[in-house]
Ligand binder design. Sequence first.
Ligand code: FMN
Length: 140
Amino acid sequence: MKLTQVIYVSELIDRDSAVLASILESAVRHNQQNNITGMLLYAEGHFIQVLEGDEPAVLETYQRIWDDPRHHYITLLHADPVPKRCFGGWSMGFKHLGPQEAAAFPQYAPYFAFGVDARALVAAPGVALEMLKLFCGGEI
Ligand SMILES: Cc1cc2nc3c(=O)[nH]c(=O)nc-3n(C[C@H](O)[C@H](O)[C@H](O)COP(=O)(O)O)c2cc1C
């Protein structure tokens, strides 16, 4: 089965920690069933997420996420086959990146203008994955 990796960015509509917790609970539950791994980075109301697993499972999951009314402005950054998983230990790692912590990484400042700057990330292939790997600290 072909291993695939999808990365997208989006914006949370209702910036409520209960909504965030429910999204994460649902992500971990489904991903465990579907053998999907990945990482969800949340900064200033915006998400950067990587999903990896067998292609049909990843595409089905991405479609479900795409249809989710809790977020909008979904921009696909990358959907490609990969030789191996980068986040094999995580059903869905999660990191809430606050402004102070983000400021400690000035190299990523151009990508955090007014939340997450999807256009800047589209124009810089590889940067989103680099950030996700850097911040893959742990689940809530
Ligand atoms: C930003 C975001 C990330 C999500 N990540 C995942 C995910 O990794 N896997 C998943 O199955 N669902 C994920 N979801 C949830 C799905 O969109 C959908 O709500 C869920 O699968 C519905 O299942 P449930 O009713 O059983 O909770 C995510 C939703 C949002 C808004």
